[in-house]
Ligand binder design. Sequence first.
Ligand code: ADP
Length: 413
Amino acid sequence: MNILVLNVGSSTLKFQLIDTDETKIAESTDRRLARGQIERIGGEAVITLSAADGRPSKTSEQIRDHAAAVEHVIGWLTSPESGVPITRVAEIEAVGHRVVHGGERFTHSTLVDDEVWRGVEELIELAPLHNPHNLRGIAAARAVLGAGVPQVAVFDTAFHHSLPDTAYLYAIPYQFYRRYGVRRYGFHGTSHRYIAYRYRQLTGRSREATKIITLHLGNGASACAIVGGSSVDTSMGFTPLEGLVMGTRSGDLDPAILEFIAVKEGMTLRDVDAMLNKQSGLLGVSGLTADMRELLAEESEHGDRRARLAVEVFCYRAKKYIGEYLAGMNGADAIIFSGGIGENSPEIRSRILAGLDWFGITVDDGKNQAARGAEGRIDADGSRTELWVIPTDEELLIARDTWRVVNGAELRY
Ligand code: ADP
């Protein structure tokens, strides 16, 4: 079944066309037919497209809105020049959408009907930066493909629906949870879920027999504690701002800082919130860039003090979350690195894992250096906990969930 996977942001659209058949999952028959992205929607957009594993073509063109972006992608997919093995719009059989916030209501991937649409709309209050764009993507796909093609919403929050109340409640007056749903929801769920699934597949362990910590370290970053296949704690909270240090987000901080800075700088709380989301994290501490690769280069080539500090704060925070989850779960079978930084940077992995030998956690330097952008095990002989690098693949999981929803098969979280 040809499934178009869409991930729509404020001015971006990322897509993959995946041919998947869940009845043959053990044979790994999924075929990646095309992928690409459109950036700077609303102006002169940058369009990157590639068929299967072919070379990407990069062009620019005026794309006025999300509907035009979806139209462009589908037009290209079905054109003979694209090299993608479909020629008719009808060959796109379903669409899987990444939807960021599913609140407490959407605990599973689901077919988008009018009621689900309204539900996602109601959650805009909790995810004003994300859900409106996700809805735009759904509307655009429906307009281009017609109402007969199923649209499935796969929620970033859904994997964390298993969090116990001890992990999701904030210690503030309980009525704010009851009245407004102020609690930890967690995000990046599709990524953590994929990594946990892939770990079980690689090791042959059963769902029940696994206790793992997953670290998704990219521009956005989060950690997750997973017991028996279920998320029991995660670092992002009411919004994706909480937890680890990220490219431009602060992660954890003392909430009293918000009013203090607002008063000192004559800022509104909204300004402070934007500052914590867009000008903090690696960018804020270094004053240079949100890009980890650039920071590591600045540190090693020029000895930049603030670049080093940003990297150190990032690694120390990640290390503390490992400690937190080792305590919360009473140990772990494996710690798994993923995301752009986690997959590609042996340097960051070794700095996060340094000094955990009290826990019996030790890295094999050679294996760590060798694992770049590929699956691999990096713990030293005798390490009490396995250490892994597993590149994430949210699109594949979205495609598979979409297949399951459309075919009425059971979804497992
Ligand atoms: P997103 O969260 O936007 O999907 P990614 O998962 O692609 O982001 O991660 C982007 C981050 O990964 C950037 O900070 C980038 O510098 C970092 N990164 C990519 N490759 C490397 C590398 N070889 N070494 C260090 N950091 C890297």
